[in-house]
Design a protein around this ligand. Structure first.
Ligand code: NAD
Length: 354
């Protein structure tokens, strides 16, 4: 049997595939369209691994999906593929609806048709795990309790709305057709291989380049932060032991303002890669106009996954952030290729690119 991982060349998906193959023997088929956020180099350690197959393709391609599911006898789908950047969703929401809503719908349809033809014992074992975000719940006031699995959905950005739409489709496919689905709603991830448009790698690399570190508004927006390896472990745990039809919130019990995150990052960089002029990277922090409709606070109550499935984050923010910074410092070639776009040329020579 095999698991199909969508979006496995992106940040979280690639960490998931690498961790999976390091821990388990079960083969993986990675399906990824290699958009600007997909980087085949993220999967370099397993591209020649006989247990791993990479397929360049879109989750919207129904015929391809049917063929992959049947030919690899897939027993679980782990669905990471998405347009994932809030700022891009504000500038151009259509791709978010197309991939996150329509793409997830096509994947669900392919999964349903395939699943309905499996023998009963394989039907029962089959899983469709949908990876989603805490942003579907909207924004919290400072004194509100954190989001639980029963918090009503109130997405505020086009990104969050498109993920909310996909979550509802997944729910409906379980309720209507009995497809054994699982949904996870996770807080902000950080760690190795994150595309440098997101807060931590953006500020890390701009700091090293001597550029201003842009902080939206007053920097007091609060997010919960989770190390990507912990997220991947949680997804594996839900896949192994989660109850079909259920959703699980995943978080790090680690609420921080954006300003505090960037300040801690600067302090760490001061220790690991000092500027050379005796000054702190904190001096590069600059406040810029806030993002339209910027949610003030997200926080995750992760007690359900802890109590029912026994998952807890292993990394503290301090240890996770240090691992992250050390990874970027040790992989300057990865950074250069991502920033220069050369990795896209590399992809083009390997597989063609869109
Ligand atoms: P990412 O942008 O780094 O990676 C997305 C991957 O999906 C890329 O490899 C891209 O090429 C691929 N992709 C995009 N459209 C596709 C399509 N139509 N068909 C096939 N592949 C396609 O994203 P990420 O940060 O790794 O997030 C992965 C998932 O986790 C997303 O569903 C996201 O909503 C969710 N999530 C992310 C975070 C976070 O902090 N990054 C937090 C919670 C949930």
């Amino acid at each position: 049997m095999t698991i199909l991982v969508t979006g496995g060349a992106g940040f979280i998906g690639s960490n998931f595939v690498l961790d999976w193959l390091a821990e388990r023997d079960e083969p993986v088929v990675t399906l990824d369209a290699l958009t600007y956020a997909g980087n085949l180099e993220n999967l370099a350690p397993v591209l020649d691994d006989p247990r791993h197959t990479f397929v360049k393709g879109d989750i919207g391609e129904s015929a391809l999906l049917q063929q992959l599911l049947a030919s690899h006898r897939v027993r679980a789908i782990v669905h990471f593929a998405a347009e994932s950047h809030v700022d891009r969703s504000i500038l151009g929401p259509e791709a978010f609806v197309q991939t996150n809503v329509v793409g997830t719908f096509r994947l669900l349809e392919a999964a349903r048709h395939y699943w309905q033809q499996l023998p009963l014992s394989e039907q029962e074992a089959f899983r469709f795990l949908h990876v989603s975000t805490d942003e579907v719940y909207g924004t919290l006031e400072p004194d509100d309790p954190p989001f639980t699995e029963t918090t009503p959905y109130a997405p505020n950005s086009p990104y969050a709305a498109s993920k909310a739409g996909s979550d509802h489709l997944v729910r409906a496919y379980h309720h209507t057709y009995g497809l054994p689905t699982l949904t996870t709603n996770c807080s902000n991830n950080y760690g190795p291989r994150q595309f440098p448009e997101k807060l931590i790698p953006l500020c890390l690399l701009r700091a090293l380049a001597g550029e201003p570190l842009p902080i939206y508004g007053d920097g007091q927006q609060i997010r919960d932060w989770l190390y990507v390896g912990d997220h991947c472990a949680a997804v594996r745990r839900v896949l192994d032991a989660g109850t079909p039809g259920e959703t699980y919130n995943i978080g790090g019990w680690n609420e921080q303002t954006n300003l505090a995150v960037v300040t801690e990052l600067c302090t760490l960089l001061d220790r690991l890669a000092p500027r050379g002029d005796g000054r702190s990277y904190r001096d590069q922090i600059t406040f810029v106009a806030d993002r339209p409709g910027h949610d003030r606070r997200y926080a995750i109550d992760a007690r359900k996954i802890a109590c029912e499935l026994g998952w807890q984050p292993a990394e503290s923010f301090a240890t996770g952030l240090e691992k992250t910074v050390r990874w970027y410092l040790a992989h300057r070639d990865w950074v250069e290729r991502v920033q220069s776009g050369a990795y896209r040329d590399w992809v083009r020579t390997q597989y063609g690119a869109r």
